[in-house]
Design a protein around this ligand. Structure first.
Ligand SMILES: C[S@@+](CC[C@H](N)C(=O)[O-])C[C@H]1O[C@@H](n2cnc3c(N)ncnc32)[C@H](O)[C@@H]1O
Length: 352
């Protein structure tokens, strides 16, 4: 008699997720960029940014302008994924120091670990969870700096994470805070906003052409007792507000109005204009004589502030030279990284 084989335990087949995982957490390979180099390169060569990563903009232009020498002291006011910081650290060749700031407690911890694992320890890199509006305190403690970089706005990791609510493209809580531990979320901000205030915010922060209609529909929605708590809730409001447009233009118009409305709210809940103004005012004192500053902006409101501050600084003799024209990323860079298309760079040099 044939001996009975012990029954094999049936293994449940791992469910196939398909080649295009749609949920953010499922993009596991991309979320581990250091480990899956090939996957990352494929995504980048298609002109996309891998999930959990940020592609630094104008790196060549920034490095050429700074001309960093070993032994110098620099400040990256917006650490993000640490791409610029890392390139600047390499230029120090082990001598000197870079201080880096970021208000985001979620991403900056990951970046800190990534940079430390790459060999940039506390001897050469110090990361501080501080708003760049407080650059005067940092400069007083460890400055002045030979070079300062500010790459404004949000990182791809922040935009792509639905939990942060930065994009209308993903369902998530309508938060939009760079530091979710401080202040109020965009959903809370909308709770008691007036029509006039929201309309003003949309015009001032994003030049929204349908500001009136969007503000009206937002307030009407809340008056009906419906809360605007998620990214999709807000997108639905915008869709309803633009319902009067001819059908063939509507889809594109809704997309653009969503982008601008999210931008306007993000600027508001993070006081982005106010902190940029503070940074620009305090910059000269944070720079060493002959020190250089470069700022990357992503919309006209930011660029205007930087342009005027640098121009004024040159006029009154704080800066010896400033960028005459705005510097744009190359065509090749924009083709590789869609997020570079709206970038404008300006620089200034403090008098010696
Ligand atoms: C465009 S990303 C920087 C990307 C970075 N240059 C890189 O190469 O990875 C902007 C970063 O600045 C941070 N940030 C924005 N406003 C800030 C502020 N006022 N103070 C400090 N950090 C800020 C954001 O949290 C975000 O991580």
């Amino acid at each position: 008699m044939e001996q009975q084989q012990p029954e094999k335990k049936h293994k449940r087949r791992v469910r196939y997720k398909g080649t295009h995982p749609r949920r953010f957490e499922e993009k596991y390979k991309e979320l581990n960029p250091e480990k899956y180099g090939d996957t990352i390169q494929k995504v980048i060569s298609k002109g996309s940014t891998p999930a959990g990563m940020h592609i630094s903009i104008c790196v060549k232009e920034i490095l050429e302008f700074f001309d960093i020498q070993p032994g110098q002291k620099g400040l990256d006011a917006t650490l993000g994924y640490g791409g610029h910081t890392r390139k600047m650290l390499e230029k120090l060749q082990g001598k000197g120091h870079i201080y880096a700031l970021d208000v985001d407690p979620i991403e900056s911890v990951k970046t800190e670990k990534r940079l430390h694992d790459a060999g940039f320890g506390e001897d050469i890199l110090t990361i501080k969870h501080i708003n760049f509006a407080n650059i005067d305190q940092v400069a007083e403690e460890v400055g002045p700096f030979d070079f300062i970089l500010a790459d404004l706005g949000v990182s791809s990791m922040q935009i792509d994470n639905p939990e942060r609510g930065f994009s209308y493209k993903f369902e998530g809580p309508l938060d939009l805070r760079l530091n979710p531990e401080k202040g109020i979320s965009a959903a809370e901000r909308l709770e008691d906003i007036t029509k006039a205030e929201f309309e003003g915010m949309l015009i001032e922060n994003a030049d929204e052409p349908y500001a009136k209609q969007i503000a009206k529909e937002t307030v009407a929605t809340m008056k009906r007792g419906k809360k605007i708590k998620t990214t999709t809730d807000l997108k639905d409001v915008i869709e309803r507000a633009l319902n009067f447009l001819p059908e063939k233009e509507r889809k594109e118009a809704v997309k653009k109005s969503c982008q601008r409305t999210f931008q306007a709210l993000r600027i508001d809940v993070n006081s982005e204009f106010e902190v940029l103004e503070e940074l620009l005012e305090k910059l000269p004192d944070a720079l060493a004589p002959g020190g250089k500053v470069a700022i990357l902006t992503f919309h006209s409101g930011e660029d205007r502030l930087v342009k005027h501050a640098f121009k004024y600084g040159k006029k009154v003799g704080i800066y010896s030279d400033v960028a005459k024209d705005v510097i744009r990323p190359s065509k090749e860079e924009c083709a590789q990284n869609g997020r570079a298309k709206s970038t404008k760079m300006r620089w200034a040099i403090k008098v010696k």
